[in-house]
Design a binder for this molecule. Structure first.
Ligand code: ADP
Length: 349
């Protein structure tokens, strides 16, 4: 069938009609815009007058619009704040992950002794106070810096605040006031959900070993790796490396009750280190060991420290502290009473 054809006159008429409609539409839009702008100008001038005090009473409609605008602004600000908070949280979690990755990749420092004084702070406390609800002032303004690669003894009589110190570092407690930075991260501002991951980045060893009784040596160490999802081959390699380091590779099938106290503590140390933490906290690690075993454990901690891990040891073991000639921080009634570079065990003198 032939397509319908218009004469040139018809086509022109149609074009003109379309053009007219378009122009009318544009004019309407333009005038709507003009009206909007005029209204806004009027509102502003009324509001200015009102603000300047020239205007007796502000008309209701102006108030309503002002209220509406203020509410909109508030909502916008709240949304922006929410976005900002979310971004900050994400940044914090990402930064933590990054730091953990970095820590994993960090190679041991060749000569720790040479860099200790200039190395970056791993633990930084600023005027940390801890009061318990029962009124006990456990820590009364602790300020200190422990740098990467340091080996530090924390000593002091019972009740001086050592455990509180450790629990603050593990974020098991919050300081009443003051700041704690771990690897330059503000611990007091860390989000609750970032805490488990943070704790996994710190190796901890206790007086009573805290091993899983129903798992063998290998499994006790591997457990720490499984939690963070290390894949099989890598896990085996890491666990074996740790067992060799603590001298228990041959005993990997043994259960804790088949081991001596010293050996159990070695397993605990291997477990604390297998995730390659930057800090190793040892809370009375030799408290249940005889002098020979205690000395062996300390030598192991020293070797770990020589390989670059920062080590903080809480202890009552006078002989060991005196023999090791390491930095000794002494607490007494919640206050640092001495902090010596190559110190001895002095608080009972
Ligand atoms: P240390 O480890 O040097 O023996 P702690 O840090 O355990 O000392 O205790 C310091 C002080 O804080 C002590 O007086 C102790 O009784 C008190 N303390 C510790 N934990 C608590 C708690 N959860 N509630 C109340 N007081 C506490």
């Amino acid at each position: 069938m032939e397509p319908t054809r218009f004469s040139s006159d018809e086509a022109k008429r149609e074009l003109d009609a379309n053009l007219e409609a378009l122009l009318a539409e544009l004019a309407e839009e333009e005038s709507e815009k003009d009206i909007d702008e005029a209204m806004e100008r009027e509102m502003n001038s009324l509001a200015d007058d009102a603000n300047a005090g020239d205007f007796g009473e502000i008309p209701e409609e102006v108030l309503a619009v002002q209220e509406l605008l203020a509410e909109e602004k508030k909502e916008e600000e709240a949304a922006a704040l929410e976005d900002e908070k979310e971004a900050a949280e994400k940044y914090e979690t990402d930064a933590l992950e990054e730091a953990e990755e970095e820590a994993k990749d960090t190679q041991p420092i060749r000569r720790v002794e040479d860099v200790k004084d200039i190395a970056e702070p791993v633990i930084l406390m600023e005027d940390v106070v801890k009061d318990f609800p029962n009124g006990t002032h456990a820590l009364k303004g602790i300020s200190l810096t422990i740098r990467k690669g340091e080996f530090v003894f924390l000593v002091g009589p019972s009740g001086s605040g050592k455990s509180t110190f450790i629990r603050l570092l593990l974020k098991e407690l919050e300081p009443t006031s003051g700041k704690i930075y771990i690897n330059t991260k503000d611990l007091t501002r860390m989000k609750r959900r970032a805490v488990p991951k943070y704790r996994r980045g710190i190796g901890v060893v206790f007086q009573n070993f805290r091993l899983l009784r129903d798992r063998n040596v290998y499994e006790n160490v591997a457990f720490a790796q499984r939690i963070i999802g290390v894949p099989g081959i890598k896990l085996r390699k890491n666990v074996n490396e740790m067992l060799r380091m603590v001298g228990l590779y041959e005993k990997q099938k043994s259960f804790p009750k088949e081991l001596s106290g010293g050996e159990q503590q070695r397993v605990a140390i291997a477990r604390a280190l297998v995730n390659k933490p930057v800090i190793l906290l040892a809370d009375e690690p030799t408290g249940n060991l005889d002098p020979k075993m205690s000395w062996e454990i300390m030598q192991l901690l020293e070797e770990i420290n020589r390989n670059g891990t920062t080590v903080v040891v809480v202890t009552h073991n006078r002989d060991i502290v005196n023999r090791m000639r390491k930095r000794v921080i002494t607490l007494h009634k919640g206050v640092i009473v001495s902090d010596e570079k190559k110190g001895g065990y002095s608080y009972e003198r």
